[in-house]
Design a protein around this ligand. Sequence first.
Ligand SMILES: Nc1ncnc2c1ncn2[C@@H]1O[C@H](COP(=O)(O)OP(=O)(O)OP(=O)(O)O)[C@@H](O)[C@H]1O
Ligand SMILES: [Mg+2]
Length: 248
Amino acid sequence: MRYNGSTLLRTTGLTRRYGGLVAVSNLNLDIRKGEILGLIGPNGAGKSTTFNLISGFVKPTAGTLEVFGRDCTGWKPTKISRMGLVRTFQHSSYMRSMKVRDNVLLGTMHSMASAGPTERAHRVAETAEILGLTPYLDEQAGTLPHGIQRLVSIAIAFAARPTLLCLDEPLTGLNQTEVGATLDVFRQIRDEFDCTILLVEHNMKAVMSVCDRIVVLHHGQQLATGTPAEIRKDENVIAAYLGKRHDK
Ligand SMILES: Nc1ncnc2c1ncn2[C@@H]1O[C@H](COP(=O)(O)OP(=O)(O)OP(=O)(O)O)[C@@H](O)[C@H]1O
Ligand SMILES: [Mg+2]
């Protein structure tokens, strides 16, 4: 059990409406230090909106957000990321025309504002090594195979050495070998760099194998929370995924 008693992030009644649609409804989410927390749910369940809310890209209609013990409700994304909460986007974001090295360097900018070039270069090299990107450092990012491009997105975020790393569907389009290797990277950065991870992912097998706890969203609401074993047998979760109504 990795939980050491501290809560890195807490949302209370977090809600986001778009007109008549409630994308995230009254969400009470806790992320505990040292865990890999999965956030799952069918398409449109509110996972990316939750990411946008906790990283400041979208302002809540109601509710509060506390990150590392501070009330950050309404804060701008840069202010939240400087605290150590860094996120990736569902659709890979990096500069296609730039080398992998320069993309990863961009990821160090906010967190290493006072560092010199040698220190930054060391961070880039270490990050590339962990993600298996060393052979690609001088390649133009946009020309690389899809699986490598996904890793570049993660590398940019991890280069900041976040306290809390939020990954939105990082495994999309990866083959089975790449998925296995990437899950090992998640475990390694959690264990060696004290990096807590929030993982949105549709790959159920991967989520079940890597996550300590899982939160299930459905229609913007928290349907269930528990260990992978608990979630796997939760009747409401099974019903939501099968698209059937479950009156309980
Ligand atoms: N900017 C927006 N304007 C209007 N509606 C939005 C906006 N962003 C999200 N929504 C709606 O909010 C709901 C939740 O969307 P969200 O992208 O958070 O779901 P998701 O769980 O990430 O889905 P997916 O698995 O497909 O990525 C959806 O019905 C979506 O259409
Ligand atoms: Mg999404």
